[in-house]
Write a protein that binds this ligand. Structure first.
Ligand code: FES
Ligand code: FES
Length: 167
């Protein structure tokens, strides 16, 4: 992987955090966006840039168990944090039930919103394993999708909740 220019600048600082269970220390500008650090420094390209302004949720990651827009987080703010990206959901080649359900229901089309949608849904199902349709809509309201019309996405989340209840 090519090192970003910031890795060699004297204006950078070292930042350490945990990503998907692994300790990481990187050099970056303090105000560099967490989204860019994940994608460019660490090669974790699951989080996507949609709006870059905190509006679309396609860059969502979990930070200390809270769903955040990584395009709005300066990396210094992530110092010492426990971060989970979409790459952290699967276990090896074994997809998480949500990822599988999105595949089965056609909940992913262009895929730009999908990592954020799945992380938002995962966050919901951790707090509320049996959400109603309205609760799913509410939990995913910060994540925009231009392709699916949302119906397949809501079905995918309901399906994953049902599958988890029976396994
Ligand atoms: S890219 Fe971060 S919210 Fe849209
Ligand atoms: S699948 Fe394309 S934006 Fe949601």
């Amino acid at each position: 992987m090519t090192q970003p220019l910031s890795a060699r600048s004297p204006l950078t600082c070292e930042v350490s955090f945990t990503v998907n269970g692994e300790s990481k220390t990187i050099r970056a500008y303090p105000m560099e966006r967490l989204l860019d650090v994940l994608r460019r420094h660490l090669g974790l390209t699951g989080a996507k840039e949609g709006c870059g302004e905190g509006e679309c949720g396609s860059c969502s990651v979990l930070m200390n168990g809270v769903l955040v827009n990584s395009c709005l987080i300066p990396v210094l703010q992530a110092s010492g944090a426990d971060i989970v990206t979409i790459e952290g959901l699967a276990t090896g080649a074994q997809l998480d039930t949500l990822q599988d359900s999105f595949l089965q229901c056609g909940g992913a089309q262009c895929g730009i919103c999908t990592p954020g949608m799945i992380l938002a849904a995962s966050h919901l199902l951790k707090k509320n394993p049996h959400p109603s349709h309205d609760e799913i809509r509410e939990a995913l309201s910060g994540n925009l999708c231009r392709c699916t019309g949302y119906v397949q996405i809501f079905e995918a989340v309901s399906g994953a909740a049902r599958n988890r209840a029976t396994t």
